[in-house]
Design a protein around this ligand. Structure first.
Ligand code: ADP
Ligand code: ADP
Length: 234
C-alpha cells in the first residue's frame, strides 16, 4: 500500500543559460508506515525531488500520486489539502523569528482554522512530546540547533499529517544532537504512524533510521532497495 508514488517523473528548469534537467524518469513507491531514505551528492536532485512531492515544484514530466490520486490537475484547493497531509522540516529549521515557539507551533493550526484555545492546547501537547514544555515562551534565536529542530518537528506534525518530509534535517547539527533528532523522528514514525521521507547526503542517517533507500545520481535513481541489502558490509 503506497502513500506516495512517483511515476516517470522528471523536472527540467528552464534558465537563461539553458535547460537544467534536475530529475529524470523517477519511479518510486513509498510504502505507508516506512522510513524511506533518499541519498545523493550535492546537486544530484534531492531537494527538487522533495519539492516535487509536495508540489512546491511542479514536475515537467510524469506525476506524483498521493494515496493513489495524481496531483496534476488537482487544482489549488486539492493541492492545499494534500499539503496539509505533508509536514516538512529543513536544514535551516525555517522557524518564524518574530513568534515564540508556542506560536510557531500554533501557526499551521491557525492557518487550518483551528480556534486559538484549541491550537494552544495542541501546541502545548506537541512541545511536551518533543521535550520543550519549559521553553514555550522562548524565541527561536534563544534555542540551540537541536531545540530549533524539535520545534520545527512539532510544527510539522501539528496538523496530523500522514507524511513527514525531512530535507537535510540533521545536516546542521553535531553528531550527538543528530542522534537525538533521528531518535525523535523514529519515535514519531512508530508511535504516530507517520510515514517519513528522509533526504540526506549522509550515509549514517540512512543506516540509523531508514527501512529502504534510493540512491540518486545525476538526476536519476541509480539504486533502490532495503538498506541492509544496498549497504551490506562485504
Ligand atoms: P540536491 O538537493 O541533491 O543538492 P537540487 O535538487 O538542489 O540537488 O539540484 C539539482 C539540480 O537542479 C542542480 O543542478 C541545481 O542547480 C538545479 N536546480 C535546482 N533548483 C533549480 C532552480 N530553481 N532553477 C534552476 N536550476 C535549479
Ligand atoms: P539545497 O542545497 O538545500 O538544495 P540550494 O541552496 O541548492 O539548497 O537551493 C535553494 C533554492 O535555490 C531552492 O529554491 C532551489 O530550487 C534554488 N536553486 C538551486 N539551484 C539553483 C539554480 N542553479 N538556479 C536557480 N535556482 C536554484
Amino acid at each position: 500500500d503506497s502513500i506516495v508514488s512517483l511515476k516517470s517523473m522528471g523536472k527540467v528548469f528552464h534558465t537563461k543559460n539553458g535547460d537544467v534537467k534536475a530529475l529524470d524518469d523517477i519511479n518510486l513507491d513509498i510504502n505507508r508506515g516506512e522510513i524511506f531514505g533518499i541519498i545523493g551528492l550535492s546537486g544530484a536532485g534531492k531537494s527538487t525531488l522533495v519539492r516535487c512531492i509536495n508540489y512546491l515544484e511542479v514536475p515537467t514530466e510524469g506525476d506524483v500520486y498521493f494515496e493513489g490520486k495524481p496531483l496534476k490537475n488537482m487544482g489549488e484547493y486539492g493541492i492545499r489539502s494534500v499539503r496539509r497531509n505533508m509536514g516538512m522540516i529543513f536544514q535551516q529549521f525555517n522557524l518564524l523569528s518574530q513568534r515564540n515557539i508556542l506560536n510557531n507551533v500554533c501557526f499551521p493550526l491557525e492557518i487550518s482554522g483551528v480556534p486559538r484555545a484549541a491550537a494552544v492546547k495542541r501546541a502545548k501537547e506537541l512541545l511536551k512530546l518533543v521535550g520543550l514544555s519549559d521553553r514555550e515562551k522562548a524565541y527561536p534565536a534563544q534555542l540551540s540547533g537541536g531545540q530549533k529542530q524539535r520545534v520545527a518537528i512539532a510544527r510539522a506534525i501539528a496538523t496530523n499529517p500522514k507524511l513527514l518530509l525531512c530535507d537535510e534535517a540533521t545536516s546542521a547539527l553535531d553528531p550527538k544532537t543528530t542522534k537525538q533528532i533521528l531518535d525523535l523522528i523514529k519515535d514519531i514514525n512508530k508511535n504516530m504512524g507517520i510515514t517519513v521521507i528522509v533526504i540526506t547526503h549522509e550515509m549514517k542517517v540512512i543506516e540509523s533510521i531508514c527501512d529502504r533507500v534510493a540512491i540518486i545520481e545525476n538526476s536519476r535513481i541509480a539504486e533502490m532497495g532495503r538498506v541492509e541489502d544496498i549497504f551490506a558490509n562485504p
